[in-house]
Design a protein around this ligand. Structure first.
Ligand SMILES: Cc1cc2nc3c(=O)[nH]c(=O)nc-3n(C[C@H](O)[C@H](O)[C@H](O)COP(=O)(O)OP(=O)(O)OC[C@H]3O[C@@H](n4cnc5c(N)ncnc54)[C@H](O)[C@@H]3O)c2cc1C
Ligand code: FES
Length: 258
């Protein structure tokens, strides 16, 4: 069985805005194994508070390093943003069997991100060379998110920005930039807050099988043992950590999702 817990060393933490940062971590074993859509449980080595790792999606792989993008929202992410180069980290993963796979040549992929949901989609864009057959839609709150929008725009070819307050791009959520219907060649890969994913599933009720969503659940173990992240699906109960985090929107029982 492959090892799941790895040691990594921070090479750089780069602040993209007051509340978003990019971490570059040297960890050859995770870098060589990570697939788009997978995530890792991250914690600082030797630190007991917070004790549990936090799930963060792999946003890029370059040689022996991985890139993580994170929003500073609480205890761990505040600590992470303040760590100097050389800090030692525990990385559990890469985790997830519901990852993304290379689409066939005739597919057109709409990558739909709500704020930091961009992270796994940027890795998919990089890994599958989706440049000529994808569109990227990024939804953000607005003011204060210019740095993250600029960062994302530098990585993708065609990107539409939507903002809740109308200060960046189209006024509205990411759904405002999407077509009324999906043709057979189109697939949506989406990651973001639950209300955005739910709204997507309800916008395309007959095409949910063409939509893949990454579900954001609180996670304790990340290895399928605690059952803290179980959801109901049309195929029975599934653990978001090891069976997801990407699921077909047609599998998810949306009315049961809080
Ligand atoms: C599969 C997966 C991949 C993720 N990838 C990323 C990523 O690439 N970048 C990123 O910034 N975030 C990502 N997240 C969310 C991230 O794990 C949480 O924001 C993080 O755990 C917060 O840790 P904290 O200690 O700083 O905050 P905490 O003190 O734990 O929480 C701060 C606030 O955020 C809420 N919160 C904590 N965890 C979650 C969660 N999973 N979903 C919604 N609200 C939460 C808490 O209720 C609290 O209000 C991902 C989550 C999952 C499940
Ligand atoms: S986080 Fe423990 S089973 Fe998923």
């Amino acid at each position: 069985m492959d090892r799941i817990d790895h040691n990594g060393v921070i090479l750089k933490i780069h602040q993209l805005s007051s509340e978003v940062a990019e971490a570059t971590i040297h960890c050859p074993s995770v870098a060589s194994a990570a697939r788009p859509g997978q995530f890792i449980m991250v914690r600082q080595q030797g630190v007991l508070d917070p004790l549990l790792g936090r799930p963060l999606a792999v946003a890029a792989v370059n040689g022996e390093t991985i890139t993580l993008l994170f929003q500073i929202v609480g205890k761990f992410t505040s600590l992470f943003a303040s760590l100097p180069p050389g800090s030692k980290m525990n990385l559990r993963g890469p985790i997830g069997n519901g990852y993304l796979s290379r689409p066939s040549q005739n597919k057109h992929i709409l990558l739909v991100a709500g704020t930091l949901g961009a992270a796994p989609l940027l890795f998919a864009f990089q890994n599958f060379s989706l440049c000529s057959r994808s569109d990227f839609v990024l939804g953000v709150p607005g003011k204060g998110w210019e740095g993250f929008v600029r960062y994302t725009r530098e990585k993708v070819s065609r990107m539409t920005v939507c903002s809740d307050d109308g200060t960046l791009g189209i006024h509205g959520t990411a759904l405002a930039a999407l077509p009324d219907a999906l043709n057979e060649r189109m697939e949506i890969w989406a990651c973001g807050p639950l209300p955005m994913l739910k709204a997507l599933a309800f916008k395309y009720p007959d095409q949910k099988h063409q939509i893949r969503v990454s579900l954001d659940m609180k996670m304790t173990c990340g290895i399928g043992g605690c059952l803290g992240c179980v959801i109901d699906t049309s195929m029975g109960p599934k653990r978001v950590c090891v069976d997801g985090p990407f699921f077909l929107a047609s599998e998810v029982q949306w009315n049961d999702m809080a």
